[in-house]
Write a protein that binds this ligand. Structure first.
Ligand SMILES: Cc1cc2nc3c(=O)[nH]c(=O)nc-3n(C[C@H](O)[C@H](O)[C@H](O)COP(=O)(O)OP(=O)(O)OC[C@H]3O[C@@H](n4cnc5c(N)ncnc54)[C@H](O)[C@@H]3O)c2cc1C
Length: 387
């Protein structure tokens, strides 16, 4: 089904992204990222140079000023995933959808001036650190505490599963700055790599997204100067998170739709060329019907996701709508990719094949960004009117 949210400028930008991927997203590069467990800095810098990251950085700080218009970011997300480069999509997404917006929306003028230009060029890699070893879904139970001292805050605690956590220069970090667990007991602080007492833990070996780093972090008496408190006033962290999480969820929805579409294309190619019982696998009625189902699901996914992108652009995408997009799209993605793996037979299980990598990558889409159970809770609260 024709998609209608993109105009000529977007399609011209898509060509730039495809060209970038052809040059920097080779199999050789991908294998190196997978072996190293991270996307290398040179690729991030090249992405900054080509205007592929920094899209959400306001123009006055050297970016493309697309903080509210997600269409250009969606193209980067789509094309990286369709090229079988989930780790690259992840590294770009963390920068533009998870880290930059907190500074761009809530940072003080001085924070924006100091950090955003480098985030547009890729010289400063950002991350968002919320989850802790003891809690993920229940964010108000975090144990990382920042105590007020003269000129700043002393932070103790730990975080885990932080995407880009090892490579990041700057981590937007969710901490407790007050008593109890009321929303105003929390703040977001900017943690800089190299601060005394800030350590990285062991490398986490994941089932998917092998080329994108996911880190454990620990903080022992880390001094965070007042100037690193996002927005300059404590007690706003929880509200700031709630304001940006819909974007993170929209971006996962886009990734899910792109992966489903990619799965369809890979499976069409494969089943047309693979023969069994003297005929292409694509010609069995079972395969034809499965492909018909998948093609229809992909159309519905894009129709739904594109509408959400439009609503986001009009500042009308509600947290409940973003939660619906996140859980529904990632569950369709999972079903689609499972079928695609099946239609590849044994080769579908071999990581050399993009469909196998997309399948393992997809598993975490139902977990991070808020689990799909938590997404249903958000929706159910609205639907039933009950907490
Ligand atoms: C690869 C990867 C990358 C990640 N990147 C980041 C990142 O960049 N930054 C970051 O901060 N975090 C990140 N995370 C963490 C991720 O967001 C959390 O793992 C997720 O939110 C779930 O938290 P948890 O693991 O503590 O699970 P828990 O909260 O312990 O949940 C365990 C199970 O209980 C269910 N559950 C919990 N509460 C309820 C409830 N009220 N009702 C019904 N079921 C419930 C959950 O749905 C889940 O099935 C990442 C995780 C992974 C695996």
């Amino acid at each position: 089904m024709e998609r209608v949210i993109y105009d000529e400028d977007h399609e011209a930008f898509r060509d730039v992204v495809k060209e970038f991927i052809k040059r920097y997203g080779t199999n050789e590069k991908r294998e190196k990222w997978d072996a190293d467990g991270e996307v290398d800095r040179a690729t991030m810098l090249a992405a900054g140079e080509s205007g592929i990251i920094g899209l959400s950085v306001p123009e006055e700080f050297g970016g493309a000023g697309m903080l509210q218009d997600y269409r250009f970011r969606a193209i980067v997300n789509e094309e990286s995933i369709k090229a079988g480069l989930g780790s690259l999509a992840g590294a770009f997404g963390i920068q533009d959808d998870l880290a930059v917006p907190y500074l761009a929306h809530f940072g003080t003028q001085a924070q924006k001036e100091k950090w955003l230009p480098g985030m547009a060029t890729g010289e400063v890699i950002g991350a968002l650190a919320m989850t802790e070893p003891g809690t993920g879904s229940d964010l108000r139970s975090i144990k990382s505490v920042a105590k007020k001292v003269d000129g700043g805050w002393i932070l103790n605690g730990a975080k885990t599963f932080i995407s880009s956590g090892k490579t990041a220069d700057l981590l937007v970090t969710f901490v407790k700055t007050g008593e109890g667990n009321r929303p105003d007991a929390f703040s977001l602080v900017l943690l800089e790599n190299g601060m005394e007492g800030f350590e990285h833990g062991k490398k986490l070996h994941k089932m998917g997204f092998a080329g994108h780093d996911t880190a454990e972090l620990s903080f022992t008496d880390v001094f965070i100067p007042d100037e690193n408190l996002i927005g300059g006033v404590p007690g706003h962290g929880f509200v700031q998170l709630m304001r940006n999480l819909p974007l993170e969820r929209l971006s996962i929805g886009v990734a899910a739709a792109a992966a489903a579409e990619a799965g369809l294309l890979w499976t069409l190619d494969y089943t047309k060329s693979r023969e069994a019982f003297g005929q292409p696998v694509a010609d069995f009625q079972n395969t034809r019907f499965k492909l018909a189902d998948i093609a229809t699901t992909v159309d519905v996914l894009w129709t739904y996701v594109d509408r959400a992108i439009e609503l986001y652009g009009q500042q009308k995408l509600t947290p409940e709508e973003a939660a619906k997009v996140k859980f529904w799209c990632t569950e369709r993605e999972w079903e689609v990719l499972d079928t695609c793996v099946q239609l590849h037979g044994g080769y579908g299980y071999i990581l050399e094949y993009p469909v196998a990598r997309a399948f393992v990558d997809a598993r975490v889409h139902r977990i991070y960004g808020g689990t799909n159970e938590i997404m249903r809770e958000i929706v159910a609260r609205q639907v039933t009117g009950r907490k």
